[in-house]
Design a binder for this molecule. Sequence first.
Ligand code: IMP
Length: 434
Amino acid sequence: MANVVIIGAQWGDEGKGKIVDYLAQFADATVRYAGGNNAGHTVVVRGERTILHLVPSGVLHPGKICVLGNGLVVDPGVLLEEMDLLRKKGIRLTSKTFFISERAHLIMPYHRRIDTAREKSKKGRIGTTGRGIGPAYEDKMARCGFRFADVLTAESFREKLKIILQEKNAYLRYILKEPGFGYREVLEQYSEYGRRLKPYITDTSRQIHELIARRKHILFEGAQGTLLDIDHGTYPFVTSSSAAVGGVLTGCGIGPRSIDEIVGVIKAYTTRVGGGPFPTELHDVVGAHLQREGKEYGATTGRPRRCGWFDAVAGRYSMRINGMTQLALTKLDILTGLDSIKICVGYRIGRKVVTEMPSDPSRLEKALPVYDAIPGWKQDIREARSLDELPRNAVRYIRYLETLMGIPFGFISVGPQRDESIIVRDPFEGCNRS
Ligand code: IMP
């Protein structure tokens, strides 16, 4: 049996949605373990584009179990909207196939307002998605957050909300100069959310353990990317959750021995949305080509993504942090048409060339990429279904990246559609797919 984790190896937006969608057909359950609706997973099925922010991408395969683990911060209004949208597409989430952890935290309206108000001030701006993610995780750690279990117990929810709202309103009014929220309005809205979501709220750690005990295949769907991880990312320009592999354990309540494969998803070039250092960023025609051809606009906010060459220093770092056992390369087709393709193999910082990712953001800010280059290719590669069908230079590029990363690619995506992929080896290979 195989339980597989999918992790973004860069700054998010690596195309994880497509890999999850592919692997989900073999899995019994898809589980999200971290983040919230700051994520946006785009999946294209038979030409129809679906963007999911909370519900795992595995939902597009009928009858599969979908789980939101305890590591998430969930905006219940957004979740209900997403469930409605899925229903309109003919996908119904039922209490037998969709589970929300009673331990997952809730994004409250004041979290969103605090997030956007802080982003308005120039000082300390991160370029967040404005969805209230950071403030919700702050409250989780400060032990004053609300969990799904809280909205189900009316009495204690009322009491706790009164105390917390007073504090939040004072912070909003006097520090951030923003309006506060009325107690009744929040109480009624969140009690209603609780009523509507009650059928799905449960102890998801137990559910996952039962699936493991029954030797079912589970896909743990990462959001964001390793370089946005609160501990291992380019702090402070990170998200507030454990996006890397460690988040699976804390965010689902399982032990490390329940994980069989860790698949890193890495794009054939690099993108970043929001602020923070980005050594291989391009401000030229190639950057414009990557943005235009790769449709590099945030799935959540619509912001244009910053684009640059493949960064093997960052990629190798990500491999180390996650102990990846496999890699999936995405968006190779976007490089088609370029005369020459560069790969960053080190950083020049001052007089030194380093091949390890610096943890100090000011050093990373000064890093100048050291590049190798290989010739590009002109032929359309979207029809290729095996390595033999790719132009010679595309195979050279793949082989070079594999050498730099230390493991071969099991999956190479050559277009946005489900079937535009080269499958070298999939992580459920050899499993009993009954
Ligand atoms: P937050 O997660 O909204 O607090 O944003 C913190 C940083 O993470 C910002 O730079 C965001 O642009 C970035 N970020 C959050 N979620 C994603 C994602 O799904 N893809 C790419 N960047 C993200």
